[in-house]
Each structure stands twice: as structure tokens, then as C-alpha cells.
Design a protein around this ligand. Structure first.
Ligand code: FPP
Length: 285
């Protein structure tokens, strides 16, 4: 597939932003809490499900842009373990949309060398969703480009509990339970997507300052970027802005600065009303 810089024309509004990104310092793993579908619909006096429907196009665009940029892993929070509390009709719409997305996207995923994987308590998914998911996971398993992790029936606490139970079960089976000691390595190795690097950049749309039980273990040192843009309005420009903001951060992992200059690129002027990072100045130590 063509790189992003190859498909953008000089007059394209994203041209300048894309050129400002340092390709050698891309986040290897971007995780996104896709929030604001309901509010997007509410502002248009539409039912909430219309917001979810409008949320499919930005999923597609984000996958494509990450693949074109050379990002290694993209994790999208599609359905949390808590989302079952929503009205049944809304939950069913989310399953329908997921199946629609999987069916529609398979040819493009193949063409773009994208591998799909899912994390979460997948056994509890409706059979039809599980079948479609397994089919696409299997069909894309040999692809070597971007890895897309769909977090479905996912909870960060549930994931840690499942990891610990898997370790206990293995120790029970091999008789080592008496001397079992857990450490970060053993828990990390038993998380759902244990082969993935931790997210470098966590994006949340719609302005809420919450983690919402997402990747609790893995985001220990992720850079946070919250934008007021509602998910259905999230576009390539928003993603490029988030990456540029990430490249300005000084990541210290609790240590001292490496002395390497954080990227100082000034962002080109942005249109009013959308995309401003709400916690752009957050500097974790
Ligand atoms: C949060 O918005 C969004 C979700 C719970 C579902 C995310 C689903 C999509 C983006 C649809 C398509 C997804 C895939 C993977 C094809 P919300 O409903 O909580 O919004 P609100 O906070 O404004 O009510």
C-alpha cells in the first residue's frame, strides 16, 4: 500500500501536518477510546444508534491512515464489559455494525496487509459475531502490516483477573502452585495480546478525562491525548495532530530526561471548534 505522503497532494489540508511528522519517532502502538457517538447523534436529534453508524467511517479512515503511516499496532475500544448495561436494541445495533464492518472491510484489510485480532472475553459474544470475527482473524492471520486489535467485551480489570487465573490454572496443572510467585513478567505474558508492545499513545475522543477500564496494565507509561472531537467527526487530521503532539512529549518512564530534544514542531493553525487537545500539556514523569 502507498505511504501517506505518497497519496497526499500539496494542496491537501493534511499535507503540512503529515510532513511535520517525524517518521522515525512514530508511536509503535496507538490505542483509542472511541467516545461521543451518542452525543454526536443527540446534537442532530437522531437516535443514539445513528451515532454508532456514523462511527464506522472514522474506524475505516483511522485504520487506513495508521497502515499508511507505518504504525505497528492500533487498538480500538469497540465494546466494554460494562456496555451490556445499555438498552438491548443499542447493544444489538453495535453487534450488527461490527459484523457489517468485518464483512465490508475484509477485502481492504487483505489489500492493505492488515491483520485483525480481538481482545476481550470473546466467549460471551453472540455466535454470529464470533463466527464473523474468527473468520476475519483467520483470513488476515498471515498479513504482516498493521495489527488492528479490536477490544470487544473488553475490560482492563477483567483482563488482569483472566491473566492471573490462567497462571493459577497452569500452576495447578503442572503441580507448581505451592511455590507460585507472580511478577510483572508473568502477568504481562498472560494478557490477551501478550505479543504486542504497550501503547505509546492513548487517544480519547469527546473530551472525557477517563480511562474507562481500558488497557489498565498496558497504559502505565502511555502518553495521553484527549480531544474534544466526537468520534464520528474524528478524521485523519485529528489523528495526525495527536501523533504530532505525542512527538513533542518527553517520555521519561519515571527516570530523567534523555536530553534528546522533544519534537518542537509548531502545529499549523487549526480550524476552530474541533480537534484541540484538551490535555495536550500533560507531562507525566
Ligand atoms: C462510545 O460512544 C462508543 C461505543 C460504546 C461503541 C464504539 C463503536 C463504534 C465506533 C462503532 C463501530 C465500531 C467498529 C469497530 C466497527 P457513546 O455511545 O458512549 O457516546 P456518548 O458518550 O456520547 O453517549
Amino acid at each position: 500500500m502507498k505511504a501517506l505522503l505518497e497519496v497526499l497532494e500539496p494542496g491537501d489540508p493534511d499535507w503540512e501536518l503529515a510532513h511535520a511528522i517525524d517518521p522515525s519517532r512514530l508511536p509503535a502502538h496507538i490505542a483509542i477510546i472511541m467516545d461521543g457517538n451518542g452525543r454526536w447523534a443527540g446534537r442532530r436529534h437522531l437516535p443514539r444508534v445513528a451515532g454508532h453508524q456514523a462511527g464506522v467511517a472514522p474506524v475505516r479512515a483511522t485504520v487506513e491512515t495508521c497502515a499508511r503511516l507505518g504504525v505497528k499496532v492500533l487498538t480500538l475500544y469497540a465494546f466494554s464489559v460494562e456496555n451490556w448495561k445499555r438498552p438491548r436494541a443499542e447493544v444489538e445495533t453495535l453487534w450488527r455494525l461490527l459484523r457489517y464492518y468485518l464483512r465490508q472491510e475484509l477485502p481492504d484489510l487483505q489489500k492493505n496487509d492488515v491483520r485483525l485480532q480481538a481482545i476481550g472475553r470473546l466467549d460471551a459474544l453472540p455466535d454470529a459475531v464470533r463466527r464473523e470475527l474468527d473468520f476475519v482473524i483467520d483470513a488476515t492471520s498471515a498479513n504482516r502490516g498493521l495489527l488492528v486489535n479490536l477490544a470487544i467485551n473488553y475490560g482492563g480489570r477483567a483482563e488482569i483477573v483472566d491473566a492471573v487465573n490462567a497462571i493459577l490454572e497452569m500452576a495447578r496443572l503442572d503441580g507448581s502452585i505451592g511455590s507460585l510467585r507472580l511478577d510483572e513478567e508473568s502477568i504481562g505474558a498472560n494478557l490477551y495480546a501478550n505479543a504486542c508492545p504497550d501503547p505509546d499513545l492513548l487517544i480519547r475522543t469527546s473530551g472525557e478525562m477517563r480511562i474507562s477500564n481500558f488497557l489498565l496494565w498496558q497504559i502505565a507509561y502511555a502518553e495521553l491525548y484527549v480531544t474534544g472531537t466526537l468520534w464520528p467527526d474524528f478524521c485523519r487530521r485529528d489523528l495526525l495532530r495527536a501523533i504530532l503532539e505525542y512527538q513533542k512529549r518527553d517520555r521519561r518512564y519515571g527516570g530523567l530526561s534523555t536530553g534528546l530534544p522533544a519534537r518542537s514542531t509548531e502545529l499549523p493553525a487549526q480550524p476552530t471548534g474541533s480537534g484541540e487537545p484538551l490535555v495536550g500539556a500533560l507531562r507525566p514523569s
